[in-house]
Design a protein around this ligand. Structure first.
Ligand SMILES: NC(=O)c1ccc[n+]([C@@H]2O[C@H](COP(=O)([O-])OP(=O)(O)OC[C@H]3O[C@@H](n4cnc5c(N)ncnc54)[C@H](OP(=O)(O)O)[C@@H]3O)[C@@H](O)[C@H]2O)c1
Length: 254
């Protein structure tokens, strides 16, 4: 299904735009005529993407603003620079690190990096970006189905994503009615993030399909955008079961 012309002329900042779902969102939004600011750590990847977008759509407005969510001053510096530009219709933060393991096998340095970027970095986005969004605009955070229930072998990634799901619930109340906060919870999407998975990913979809699902969701009014539903509803059901049943089921996976 096409996402229509809803995003034409809208100013959208994507943090996490250099790869995966964020890059596909940028491609789809550029085709729709959105004005884009693209952020992630890799200036090279962002510049290559911006060049690609300009080649495909010569009148597209795209600006590259590299930043590292692990460094609070880096995000604050970009927010300051963008204070002179028109405010955004939406800020979308897809940035995250993924290196899950069983708790006993965790590397403390990787744990620190994931908590820093996925949780504290997203909290910084939630603190610093809302003043740069227009009244009625959207703050879009990426949680995950992984945050619905703690599965074996998924830490600390899944704990950081559970925290984002929770953070978005808080923000939806705190920022209403001026802003709409949207929580995106994908199932498995085939990106560089999941290419390290050595197990079958049920109902896995492409980043293009994920971006389309996100953009369709952003045009509707609900709080959560979750997909593909044939997978997300199963994990929602697991979460709704009494622990006596759900933990018996997840012990079998472990
Ligand atoms: N793929 C899935 O199956 C799946 C499932 C559920 C939820 N999600 C969530 O969906 C979002 C996007 O995932 P994806 O699969 O598209 O991942 P991806 O392909 O690895 O892309 C992640 C993006 O985040 C950026 N990033 C990482 N660390 C950063 C940092 N410190 N500062 C700024 N940017 C940073 C990366 O760019 P640089 O490396 O250039 O910084 C990249 O642009 C994530 O929040 C993820 O948790 C994904």
């Amino acid at each position: 299904m096409s996402v229509g012309a809803y995003f034409s002329g809208k100013r959208i900042w994507i943090i996490g735009a250099s790869a995966g779902i964020g890059a596909e969102l940028a491609r789809a939004l550029a085709r729709q005529g959105a004005e884009l600011v693209l952020s992630a750590r890799s200036r090279e990847a962002l510049t290559a993407l911006a060049d690609e977008l300009r080649a495909a759509t010569p009148d597209v407005s795209v600006r590259v603003e590299p930043l590292d969510l692990a460094d609070r001053a880096s995000l604050a510096g970009v927010v300051d620079r963008l204070a002179h530009a028109a405010p955004f219709d939406a800020v979308i933060c897809t940035a995250a690190l993924y290196d899950p393991a069983r708790v006993a096998d965790l590397d403390p340095k990787k744990v620190d990096a994931m908590v820093r970027v996925n949780l504290l970095g997203t909290l910084d986005v939630a603190r610093l970006c809302p003043p740069r969004i227009i009244d009625g605009g959207q703050l879009v955070l990426f949680g995950s189905v992984a945050g619905y229930f703690g599965l074996p072998g998924g830490q600390p990634y899944s704990a950081t994503k559970a925290a984002i799901n929770n953070l978005a619930e808080t923000l939806a109340a705190e920022l209403a009615p001026r802003l709409r906060v949207r929580l995106v919870c994908p199932g498995f999407v085939r990106t560089r993030l999941t290419e390290k998975n050595d197990f079958h990913m049920p109902a896995a979809i492409s980043p293009e399909e994920a971006a389309e699902a996100v953009l369709r969701g952003l045009q509707k009014r609900g709080f959560e955008i979750h997909f593909p539903r044939r997978f997300t509803y199963i994990i929602k059901l697991l979460r709704a079961l009494p622990y006596a049943i759900s933990l018996r089921l997840t012990r079998r996976i472990g």
